[in-house]
Write a protein that binds this ligand. Structure first.
Ligand code: FAD
Ligand code: NAP
Length: 468
């Protein structure tokens, strides 16, 4: 911090004239964009505003606790944040503490990277029943997201169904089926460990509306699932009719994934009485039609409609109902059919759950305000791994750099001006130094329990520690 202040004082004459850039959202898209811009333009000032007191978005609150290697990107982001011309301002929410127009008045460019914070819903009967849970909330709960820490989940039943066949669905299945002693070594929250250690779940269905050739999960994640200790995978042979015949013509990633499913199918695992074994049961060609409940609105099952596929291109085939229905009895259901972005500010228009843009540029009718850009899941929709998000953020940052280099010299006030507006409503802005205190505290707490970290799950507590 001292170094930062010193550097800034030394460059103060040129600092005033630096383009002032605001990035909203401290997830991968925000950090990768900042990384690219600071590499390409020397004299720039970047302020990253983040709703939570802590950075890293879904790296901290989405990526599964048993995937620590994925979280290593945090080291790169930390280096970005420690540059003298990059500032982190946590606990600042666009749409609450500040609005878009104010940001665009006081910065030379504004980049929105605030992700996709809601989940898609099915819109079917009894979706609000007890024990119908959004995968997004379950993920937030085991990862310590403050807004999800009080999630009510009952794992006393034998059967759960996960609706959707993407990588989030596989994360949920794996966390439910992994032996508790293995989870204990990760940064999973203590409240989740306590509940998971009492789990009575024995079988988990993974329900897809299309077939094995259209699954959205990827090979690495399936392989991990198939290798879980004390867990057997039971496929339904009827779901794989004609699949083997088309394998040679499939594009490579899909081919390898399908070959792995076929190999696992041929291993023919069977259900036994062994109480130590749990079962993972993917089922295909089934769409949820209605959640079934008892008189107290507790979940008892799901009515599924059976589908067939239509269309030429195998991977793009659509499902249509056959008219047949069946019931899957279960005690717990997770909806895992994707995320969607929210409209954080009235000046924004969302279409199909993301902000429309042209190469990252958001077209609008305010020529006197700073140009507006969008990157990451907010601009692409909620798809893609960190690598895709990185590619998109770099591409948008490149466009921003081109525009900034051809812009007349500006002298906008940046955070100095914004701070006046924010502090009227919020006296608790957390800087990088504050995050480092939280980080250190969490690591110390984790060490006491033999874990890499024990996350603080309350915003109030985070603020207290950061302000010490
Ligand atoms: P986010 O990571 O969501 O970051 C957005 C940031 O904006 C957050 O910090 C949020 O708090 C902040 N914000 C939100 N609203 C506001 C506001 N109004 N004002 C200010 N700030 C705001 N990819 C992999 O490669 N490997 C994995 O193992 C993996 N696991 C995943 C697990 C899950 C459950 C999910 C959902 C995704 C996973 N991904 C994984 C994908 C990866 O997380 C995304 O590609 C990436 O996080 C998208 O980055 P982003 O910056 O667009 O959004
Ligand atoms: P996703 O990959 O888009 O998968 C969504 C699943 O829900 C698909 O199977 C989809 O089926 C199904 N679905 C959508 N609408 C439905 C409906 N109305 N009824 C029934 N099923 C429906 O989304 P995600 O799992 O949330 O993952 C988001 C992104 O994060 C993905 O790019 C994923 O790879 C990434 N991620 C990566 C990791 C990792 O690398 N380990 C972990 C988690 C997430 P259709 O195909 O038929 O639409």
């Amino acid at each position: 911090m001292t170094y930062k202040i010193l550097r800034r004082a030394l460059c103060s004459s040129s600092y005033k004239k630096r383009p002032q850039i605001c990035i909203v959202g401290a997830g991968p898209a925000g950090f990768y964009a900042a990384m690219h811009i600071t590499k390409k333009i020397d004299s720039v000032n970047i302020d990253i505003l983040e709703k939570l007191p802590v950075p890293f978005g879904l790296i901290r609150y989405g990526v599964a606790p048993d995937h620590p290697e994925v979280k290593n990107v945090i080291n790169q982001f930390t280096k970005v944040a420690q540059q003298p011309n990059v500032n982190f301002y946590g606990n600042v929410t666009l749409g609450k503490d500040i609005n878009l127009q104010q940001l665009r008045q006081h910065y030379d460019a504004v980049l929105l990277t605030y992700g996709a914070e809601e989940d898609k819903t099915l819109g079917i009967e009894n979706e609000d029943a007890t024990n119908v849970i959004a995968a997004r909330n379950f993920v937030g709960w085991y990862n310590g997201l403050p807004s999800d820490k009080d999630l009510k989940i009952d794992l006393s039943g034998k059967t759960a169904a996960i609706l959707g066949q993407g990588n989030v669905a596989l994360d949920v299945a794996r966390i439910l089926l992994t032996p508790i002693d293995e989870l204990k070594k990760t940064d999973i929250t203590e409240h989740a460990l306590a509940v998971l250690s009492e789990s009575k779940l024995k079988e988990i269905y993974l329900v897809g509306r299309r077939g094995p050739l259209q699954v959205a999960f990827t090979i690495k994640e399936l392989r991990e699932q198939l290798k879980l200790k004390n867990c057997r995978t039971i496929w339904n042979e009827n779901d794989f009719v004609n699949v083997e015949a088309v394998v040679p013509d499939l594009p490579r990633p899909r081919k390898r994934l399908t070959e792995l499913m076929l190999k696992s199918l041929k291993e023919k695992q069977t259900v036994t009485d062994d109480s130590n074994i749990s079962y993972f049961k993917p089922v295909f060609f089934r769409s949820p039609h209605k959640f079934l409940v008892d008189a107290k609105k507790n979940l008892t099952g799901i009515e599924l409609v059976c589908n067939k596929l239509v269309g030429e291109n195998l991977e793009q085939q659509k499902c249509v109902p056959t008219g047949e229905k069946e019931v899957l009895d279960c005690d717990l259901a997770f909806r895992s059919i994707g995320y969607k972005s929210v409209k954080a500010d009235n000046d924004l228009a969302l279409n199909h759950g993301f902000v429309e843009n042209n190469n990252g540029i958001v077209e609008d009718t305010h020529p006197n305000l700073a140009k507006l850009y969008v990157a990451g899941w907010l601009g692409t929709g909620p798809v893609g791994v960190i690598l895709h998000t990185m590619g998109n953020a770099f591409q948008v940052a490149k466009v921003m750099c081109e525009k900034l280099s051809s812009m007349d010299e500006q002298n906008r006030g940046g955070f100095e001006e914004i701070k006046k507006v924010i502090s009227e409503k919020n006296a608790n802005i957390i800087d990088w130094n504050g995050w480092e205190k939280i980080d250190q505290y969490e690591k110390e707490q984790g060490k006491l329990r033999g874990k890499p970290r024990e996350k603080i799950c309350s915003v109030e507590e985070m603020l207290e520690i950061a302000k010490k």
